[in-house]
Design a protein around this ligand. Structure first.
Ligand code: HDD
Length: 715
C-alpha cells in the first residue's frame, strides 16, 4: 500500500517540484494540491483520496435525507469490496495460524542428498509455517481434539520446498483415493452439519471401523497428541515417504521429523474442552505471544533414511503412510533446526493465502510410490486453483525467493511481467531454456518399474494392527488412561449402537482390557477375547514422556498471580521477579482492574498494583500455574467462589499452585486431601523453598516443577 501511495505521490510530487516530499514540505502543501501524504489518508482502491467514507452520496435539503445516488463510486467500491471478501476456506485444515522463521542446517546430509537446503550449512533458509486443525471450519476453536497440521514452506535458493505434515506420524488411509470418503466421514454430517471441530460422531467412527487401516491413526488421535498444550510443544512429521537423491544418483527413502525443543506437552481433556469455549484462539494467541516475548519456538529437524536396496527388509511396507519406521529399526538423524521468530503482518494475505503442495520439492529431494503421497501431489495444486486462482504462486506469501522464469502465461490476476517475443520452447532465440542436471535442473529419479495395471496395494499393506498395538503398548499408564477416557467420550457421542458396538470389537484387536473398559462405559457388550495376539512390543519415541524439554524451562509459560487488597508485597514482588527472570509471563489477576493495595498501604493513594485482569475475566485454564501471595487479602479471596474454583480446577488439571503465608491455608483448605508443599518467603523476599501442589495424578508438569526450582535457585 505504502509503495503505491509513494508512487502516486511521486507523480503528484513531480508536478510540485521535488519528487521526495518530506513531512516538513508536506505541511506547506495544502490538501487540495497533494491529497495524499505517504499513505496517511484513506483512498479508493484506484488511489483517489476520500474525504468522507461515512456517508453515501445522496440528495439532502437540510431537512430530509433523500435517495442515495448510484453514481457514488466510492460507496459502491466499498460495498463491492466487502461483498467479495471471502474466498473458499480450505476443504480441510481450514482453521490455522502461521508465523515466519528460519531453517538452519546444522549437519550436511550430502551423503544422501544433493539438495542445497540439506547440504549447505552456511545457509539460513527463510520459512513460513502454518499450524492447523483438520476437521473444523475456519472459525472453529483451537483446542479441539484433532490432528494438527504442521506445514512448512522453505523458500530455498533452488525454489520452494513444502513439507505438508501433521503432528502425528501416520495417517488414517493408505490410498489417496479414499481421502474424499475419509473427509466426508470426519466432517460434520450431511443431514445437520454437526459436529463442529469433533470426531465424536457416528459417521467418523463408522468409517474408522469399516477401514481397519485407520486403526493405528485413531489410536494416536485418541491420545494426548490430539490436544497439544501449544503448537510450540508438539512434533511435526512429513508422514509420507519421500526420496533423497545424492550427487552420485543414489536414492534413499526418507521420513522428515520436527522435534520441539520445549518437549511434547498436552492439555488435559477437561481443560481442552473448557478452553474451546473460554478462549477459542488459545493456541493462536500462545504462538503469537511467545514470539512477541522473544520466546522463539524451535524444533530439531531430523531425517530417517533407508537405502533403496533395503526397501523390502521390513515386516511392513515402508511406503505405507499408516506405518511408522520405529526408531530402533531406523534411527533419527538430527541435521537442522527450525525456529519461528516473526509474527504475521496481516492474517488474510499471509496465513489465509499461503498455499502448500507436497509436489513442491527441490533438486535432491523426490517422491516415492507411497500411494497416499502420489494422490496428494495431484490434490494440493488443484485445490489452490479453486481457492486462490491459477496465479496463486505469484502471491507474495507463495512467491519463491529465487528467480522464476518459464513459458507459463496469463490466467486471472497474472502480474509477473515476462518480456520478449517468444513464450514457448525450444525457440529460435534460445530464450528461457531448461537447465541441465549440471546447471541444477530438477531430474526425477530414474526409477525402474514393472508390473500390471490394477486397482490394488502390495500385500504388506493388509496388516493394520501391529503398530496400533506398538503405539498403545508404548504409552505410559496415565497416557493409556487418557486414551480410554477419550474413546469413551467419543463413542458416547455415537448414538447408533452398531457404531459403538463394532468399535469396541475393533479395540479388542488392539488391547482387550482397553476394549472392555470402553465397552463398559459406552454400553456395548464386553468383548470376551482379544481379537489378535498382542505381541507386547514397545518402541521409543511414541510416548510423550520420551520428549522431555531439551533444557527444562518455564520460559513463555503463563503464570497467574492472584491478589486482593492486603496482599503481601514482599511475596508478590519476590515471586513476580523470579518468574519474570525465568522468562515466564506473570499475569496479575485482581478482584478488579483498579489499584489493588498491598498490606498496610494507604488505600487513598493511587500507588496500588493495577492488575492485568480481574478474576472474572479469566479462567485457570488460560494459565500454566498460579501463585497466591499471603497477606490479609486471603480472607477476602477465601470468600470468592470463583477463586476457590480456580484453585480446585488448577489442581484438577494437574497444574502447579504456589502460595505463601496465609494463602497456604486457603489452598490447603480447598484441597484438603492431597499432599502439599509450599514456597515460604523469608522477610527479605527470598524464596527459601519452593513448592507446588502435586496431584496424585502422574501428569506432573515436570518442566514446570523444574521451573520452580529455577525460581528458587534464581532468588
Ligand atoms: Fe492434506 C491441506 C496435511 C493427506 C489433500 N493437508 C492440508 C494441510 C495439511 C495437510 C497440514 C493444510 C496446509 C495449510 O496449512 O495450508 N494431508 C496432510 C497430511 C496428510 C494429508 C499430513 C497425510 C499424510 N491431504 C491428504 C490427502 C489428500 C490431501 C490424502 C488428497 C488426496 N490436504 C489436501 C487438500 C488441502 C490439504 C485438499 C486442503 C487445503 C489445501 O490442500 O491447501 O489439497
Amino acid at each position: 500500500m505504502a509503495t503505491t501511495i509513494a508512487g502516486g505521490l511521486q507523480t503528484v510530487g513531480s508536478a510540485i517540484k521535488s519528487a521526495a516530499v518530506d513531512d516538513k514540505k508536506a505541511a506547506d502543501i495544502t490538501r487540495d494540491t497533494v491529497a495524499v501524504k505517504h499513505g496517511k489518508f484513506i483512498t479508493t482502491d484506484h488511489g483517489v483520496p476520500v474525504h468522507n467514507t461515512d456517508n453515501w452520496l445522496r440528495v439532502v435539503d437540510g431537512h430530509h435525507s433523500g435517495p442515495s445516488l448510484l453514481e457514488d463510486q466510492i460507496a459502491r467500491e466499498k460495498i463491492h469490496r466487502f461483498d467479495h471478501e471471502r474466498i473458499p476456506e480450505r476443504v480441510v485444515h481450514a482453521r490455522g495460524t502461521g508465523a515466519f522463521g528460519n531453517f538452519r542446517l546444522t549437519e550436511s546430509a550430502a551423503d544422501v542428498t544433493s539438495a542445497g537446503v540439506l547440504t549447505d550449512t552456511s545457509r539460513t533458509t527463510p520459512v513460513f509455517v502454518r499450524f492447523s486443525t483438520v476437521q473444523g471450519s475456519r472459525g472453529s476453536a483451537d483446542t479441539v481434539r484433532d490432528v494438527r497440521g504442521f506445514a512448512v514452506k522453505f523458500y530455498t535458493d533452488e525454489g520452494n520446498w513444502d513439507i505438508v505434515g501433521n503432528n502425528i506420524p501416520v495417517f488414517f488411509i493408505q490410498d489417496s483415493i479414499k481421502f474424499p470418503d475419509f473427509v466426508h466421514a470426519v466432517k460434520p454430517e450431511p443431514h445437520n452439519e454437526v459436529p463442529q471441530g469433533q470426531t465424536a460422531h457416528n459417521n467418523f467412527w463408522d468409517f474408522a471401523f469399516l477401514h481397519s487401516e485407520a486403526t493405528h491413526m485413531f489410536m494416536w488421535a485418541m491420545s494426548d497428541r490430539a490436544i497439544p498444550r501449544s503448537f510450540r510443544m508438539m512434533q511435526g512429521f512429513g508422514v509420507n515417504t519421500f526420496s533423497l537423491v545424492n550427487k552420485e544418483g543414489q536414492r534413499h527413502f526418507v521420513k522428515f521429523h520436527f522435534i520441539p525443543q520445549l518437549g511434547v506437552h498436552s492439555l488435559v481433556w477437561d481443560e481442552a474442552l473448557k478452553l474451546a469455549g473460554q478462549d477459542p484462539d488459545f493456541h493462536r494467541k500462545d504462538l503469537m505471544e511467545a514470539i512477541d516475548n522473544g520466546a522463539y519456538p524451535k524444533w530439531d529437524f531430523a531425517i530417517q533414511t533407508i537405502p533403496e536396496e533395503r526397501q523390502d527388509d521390513f515386516e511392513f511396507d515402508i511406503l505405507d503412510a499408516t506405518k511408522i519406521w520405529p526408531e530402533d529399526l531406523v534411527p533419527l538423524r538430527v541435521i537442522g533446526e527450525l525456529e519461528l521468530n516473526r509474527n504475521i503482518d496481516e492474517f488474510f494475505p499471509q496465513t489465509e493465502q499461503v498455499a502448500f503442495c507436497t509436489s513442491h520439492v527441490v533438486p535432491g529431494i523426490d517422491f516415492s510410490d507411497d500411494p497416499l503421497l502420489q494422490g496428494r501431489n495431484f490434490s494440493y495444486f488443484d485445490t489452490q486453483i479453486s481457492r486462490l486462482g491459477i496465479n496463486w504462486e505469484e502471491l507474495p506469501i507463495n512467491r519463491p525467493v529465487c528467480p522464476v522464469m518459464n513459458h507459463n502465461r496469463d490466467g486471472a490476476m497474472r502480474h509477473r511481467i515476462t518480456k520478449g517475443t517468444v513464450n514457448y520452447w525450444p525457440n529460435r532465440l534460445e530464450a528461457c531454456p531448461p537447465a541441465n542436471i549440471e546447471q541444477g535442473g530438477f531430474r526425477s529419479y530414474p526409477q525402474r518399474i514393472a508390473g500390471i495395471k490394477d486397482r490394488a496395494l502390495s500385500p504388506k499393506f493388509k496388516e493394520h494392527h501391529n503398530q496400533a498395538q506398538l503405539f498403545y503398548n508404548s504409552l505410559s499408564d496415565h497416557e493409556k488412561a487418557h486414551v480410554a477416557k477419550a474413546l469413551s467420550f467419543e463413542l458416547d457421542h455415537c448414538d447408533d449402537p452398531i457404531v459403538y458396538k463394532r468399535m469396541t470389537m475393533r479395540l479388542a484387536e488392539i488391547d482387550l482390557p482397553l476394549a472392555q473398559q470402553v465397552a463398559t462405559m459406552v454400553g456395548a457388550p464386553t468383548p470376551e477375547k482379544a481379537g489378535k495376539q498382542n505381541h507386547g512390543k514397545k518402541a521409543k519415541g511414541l510416548s510423550q514422556l520420551d520428549f522431555a524439554p531439551k533444557s527444562p524451562t518455564i520460559a513463555s509459560r503463563r503464570i497467574a498471580i492472584i491478589i486482593a487488597d492486603g496482599f503481601d508485597p514482599v511475596a508478590f514482588a519476590g515471586m513476580k521477579g523470579v518468574i519474570t527472570t525465568a522468562g515466564a509471563l506473570p499475569f496479575v489477576i485482581g478482584t478488579r482492574r483498579q489499584p489493588i493495595f498491598a498490606d498496610g498501604e494507604d488505600t487513598s493513594s493511587s500507588s496500588g498494583v493495577i492488575p492485568d485482569h480481574q478474576y472474572d475475566g479469566m479462567r485457570s485454564t488460560m494459565f500454566d500455574a498460579t501463585f497466591i501471595p499471603g497477606g490479609s487479602s486471603v480472607m477476602a479471596l477465601a470468600k470468592i467462589g470463583e477463586i476457590r474454583h480456580w484453585i480446585a480446577e488448577s489442581f484438577g488439571h494437574l497444574k502447579a499452585i504456589g502460595a505463601t503465608g496465609e494463602a497456604v491455608g486457603l489452598v490447603r483448605q480447598v484441597l484438603a486431601d492431597v499432599d502439599l508443599h509450599f514456597a515460604t518467603t523469608t522477610s527479605d523476599g527470598t524464596v527459601e523453598s519452593y513448592g507446588v501442589v502435586t496431584s496424585a495424578g502422574p501428569y506432573k508438569p515436570e518442566s514446570f516443577k523444574e521451573g520452580f526450582q529455577i525460581l528458587k535457585d534464581s532468588t
